[in-house]
Design a protein around this ligand. Sequence first.
Ligand SMILES: *Cc1c(COP(=O)(O)O)cnc(C)c1O
Length: 702
Amino acid sequence: MAEAFESVPFAAYEAGVAALAARVPAELGWHARVALDLAWTWQPGGEAVFRAIEPRLWLEVGRNPVRLLATASRACLERVARDRAQLERAEALARTLDAQRMRASPSASGTNAVAYFCAEFALHASLPIYGGGLGVLAGDLLKQASDACLPVVGVGLLYRRGYFRQRVDPDGRQHEFWSAFPKQLLPIVPVHDATGAPCTIVVPLRGHDVRARVWCAQVGRVPLYLLDADVAENDALERWITAQLYVADPLFRLLQYAMLGLGGVRALRAVGVEPAAIHLNEGHPALAAIELAREDLGRGAPFAEAMERVRARVVFTTHTPVAAGNEHYDDGVVEEVLRSSAIPIGEVLALGRGADGRFGMTELALRVSRSVNAVSARHGEVARAMWRGVARDDAPIRHVTNGVHLPTWMAPPMRALLARHLGEGWEARAADPGTWAPLEGIPDEELWGVRERLRRALVDFVRERSVLDRLARGEAIDYVEAAAQSFDPGVLTIGFARRVAAYKRLHLLIHDRERALGLLGGARPIQVVLAGKAHPRDEPAKDLIREIFTLKHDPVVGRRVVFLEDYDVSMAQVLVAGCDVWVNLPRPPQEACGTSGMKAALNGGLNLAVLDGWWAEACDGANGWAIRSPEGLDERAQDARDAGDLYDLLECEIVPLFHARDEGGIPRAWVARVRASLRTIGPRFCAARMLDDYATGVWREG
Ligand SMILES: *Cc1c(COP(=O)(O)O)cnc(C)c1O
């Protein structure tokens, strides 16, 4: 990490803590320290420190500790100030986080930082600057980098209106709304320069000098720098650049990506970080490479030479195996955005030229990077075929399969169970399969006990949320109460929750209505939890939600199937933990990786999924169930076949296995699968393994 940071460790964080602490009773200083380090979110007992202050308010403020401290009444805070036990818990947690933040880097030197650029980061529900899987991956990577003491800094945008919020009407039509978050109440801190003035950068965009403030989200040891164009010097349109994720207009979207790429590098210079490597997570930030070359170009270096020097420092992860997902822009749009930037636009256009002659960020990223990777073995094959002729021979597309941050996604009861059996410090050794060997010695009763507890917590959540969602939709009272009365903590629970997109084939669940109703209403019923947002302009995806809702008039569906609105990371934590079976039905080979199934596996959930993305390399026949989905059929034939496999597996294998109980009520064969799933998936699909792969295979070379 750069000198500026070592001389004043975590200066922005410390200043933010001082400002927050000044607004609460002096005794709550430890609470302020914890509130501004997002590492509290993955510490055992972290949430309890804040929830105890005012449990109802904690949920009302979206589990945002800064907002909690700012909105709790003075009387409430003073009550906490007199509560020794509460203060001691906060102090202990703050000291733990301080110690973790201050650990020396194993390879500390001035210039070894990796700057990880991404258009979205999902760290916690209280910082809603993400849309879905891409953001979750980026957030998990930063958290793991902190845990592993790797010198990573994040770079992103501070969207003050975030991603859209979802409501669904009684016919299943999705409605979107946005709400702005008061920035001073987000768990982030403003960065200041050496004179104490707010750290601001200037990016020439569309002929104007657009300004952005730099904020920092402290993710344990890892700072995430966030650019915010909502400053007084910018006009209304410029301020909108960082208003919300993935706006519709292509020119505007390119302005966002230019702010991220060009502005991100300027922000790093402003805070004194000279990164050894720039990691482009997806193509959006690719202009960062051009900004890196700018000084060289200013000294008169030829463009090709400057870019070769830059390439030694840039690496790229591609995530999109669907051609349409890799956006293209007309030359005029690129020229308009960059016209005042002193960047040689013709050369940039040539570097980003795609097969159809138009400019693409993925093409640009492929040509400016020394290392390129896809996100699963299967996706690697697809990406190599897809980018033949664009990817450079000296940077062939390899793969690093995604992984998930274990402390974030493994629910506390499972974490506590494994901590008892896997030994001191096991989470730091999670990427080693040997760490998981003691799973064999955990009694079935204990493992099953945790599964029952997690399912019960999910059922409690579903009962409450389904009533609120249905009331807000204006449904009849009978229907409002149906799921709350019928969701059963003893019933086999199936989950399907992720972004709704046509290729994810939510509709396969109801492809054969008779069989679906038979599974829901039979003697050994199942219950189903659904959630997910469709992109606002993705009409086919929105139609899929409507299609699911056409079944709701069957009484058994009202009781046994819920669609929970407004999926986000905190809902995801409850769902992936509580479901017995996690379903994924992508049309292969369109699932680049998929990560929610990994999260389910960490909690003892079993995957039932099409062999695509990560599941193609994870499924061994004993740790879940596979739908083979042969390619080459037409789409309708493929759907019919895959739906048939889905129902066959549920009817003939999954439901009977779940009910094969011994005299103690334990489904021994089921628990054996849970154990096999944890043992085989835990070490291979955790973020610790992913980060090892990046650190040794991608970041280190060059
Ligand atoms: C993990 C996660 C995703 C990614 O789910 P996939 O099944 O990989 O598509 C999306 N959204 C949220 C909120 C998540 O937590």
